[in-house]
Design a protein around this ligand. Structure first.
Ligand SMILES: Nc1nc2c(ncn2[C@@H]2O[C@H](COP(=O)(O)OP(=O)(O)O)[C@@H](O)[C@H]2O)c(=O)[nH]1
Ligand SMILES: [Mg+2]
Length: 302
């Protein structure tokens, strides 16, 4: 039997639906999704199987004009994902079209190694009328020579099977890259931290989600089959700590409950989750915080 395997990087503006598509392709939630921009911070690999092919999807942070060190490290990680992949898929939101941000990404694609294979996926087609799609597809293909164009809804699933089948056939022959039953290559402690960060992002307003990070400090297996997970939420200001905790601690309690429920579902066993909020003004300047997130601190150098 000949097998195929390779990496497919998903790139696009923040909120284009990269993580939603990754999860749909994998058939499980390996990457967190929210309605807010810049939810994904590092490259997350999710593994899908299509016939004899193992497709490793590389979900990346959004591509945007970075301002902070953390932003620069995220954008660098996203471009690195594309440069290392066999095929790159650019996701563009159907209702937003060829924005200035998308144009900047198209310009950036030209700087990648020659011979890179790039396909276009116009996502969120559930949000526009079908007749608008052809014109948009034409416009984008005039702007960049995509190898192939797909119209999809990552959320509803339209067109996703076609995209997956095409990717599988386009990947090179070779042995599978991960064991058959592996769906993600993030360490569990990091997945657990991401789940908590998702709940924080959903619950907290405005800038706050961008000003915090979550780390799993301890993971203790218990004889009864359950696990105790201790996590720290780092915030950059004392005022933020109060907001995260909430009145009588009710905000952090609700976040902890939601994160724990998701962990139980993901891990299939009883979980005891303990969250602690710490003020760390300079966490965005600490190399260790970046490695915990799966980012390279030096990538943030201006
Ligand atoms: N209507 C619609 N919404 C989508 C679709 N795909 C993703 N979304 C939503 O777009 C938002 C951003 O999705 P996400 O996957 O986090 O985008 P990312 O930043 O590119 O990873 C979330 O609220 C998703 O539910 C889609 O096909 N249709
Ligand atoms: Mg994402």
């Amino acid at each position: 039997m000949t097998t195929r395997a390779g990496f497919v990087a998903l790139i696009g503006e923040p909120n284009a639906g990269k993580s939603t598509l990754t999860n749909r392709m994998v058939g499980a939630k390996v990457s967190i999704v929210t309605h807010k921009v810049q939810t994904t911070r590092a490259r997350i690999r999710g593994v899908a199987i299509e016939g004899d092919t193992q497709i490793v999807f590389v979900d990346t942070p959004g591509l945007f004009t970075p301002r902070r060190r953390l932003d620069r490290a995220m954008v660098k990680a996203a471009w690195g994902g594309a440069a290392d992949a066999d095929i790159t898929v650019l996701l563009v939101e159907a209702h937003r079209g060829l924005t200035a941000g998308v144009q900047r990404i198209l310009d950036g694609l030209a700087d990648l190694p020659k011979g890179l294979r790039v396909a276009l996926a116009i996502n969120k087609i559930d949000r526009v009328a079908a007749k608008a799609l052809l014109a948009l597809s034409q416009k984008l293909n005039d702007a960049y020579p995509f190898e192939k164009t797909f119209m999809i809804s990552a959320e509803k699933g339209h067109g996703v099977a076609d995209l997956r089948a095409w990717l599988a056939a386009a990947l090179p022959e070779g042995p599978w890259l991960y064991p058959e039953d592996q769906i993600a290559d993030l360490p569990l402690r990091m997945i657990a931290a991401e789940m908590t960060r998702e709940k924080l992002t959903l619950r907290l307003h405005q800038e706050l989600p961008y000003q915090l990070t979550v780390e799993t400090e301890a993971w203790e297996e218990r004889p009864d089959g359950s696990a105790r997970i201790d996590q720290v939420v780092y915030v950059s200001r004392a005022g933020h700590k109060g907001i995260v905790l909430g009145n009588k601690g009710e905000t952090i309690k609700a976040i902890s409950k939601a994160a724990r429920e998701e962990l139980v579902e993901f891990l299939g066993r009883k979980i005891h989750l303990f969250l602690q909020v710490k003020v760390r003004e300079k966490w965005q300047d600490e190399a260790e915080r970046y490695s915990e997130m799966g980012l390279d601190f030096r990538d943030g150098n201006a």
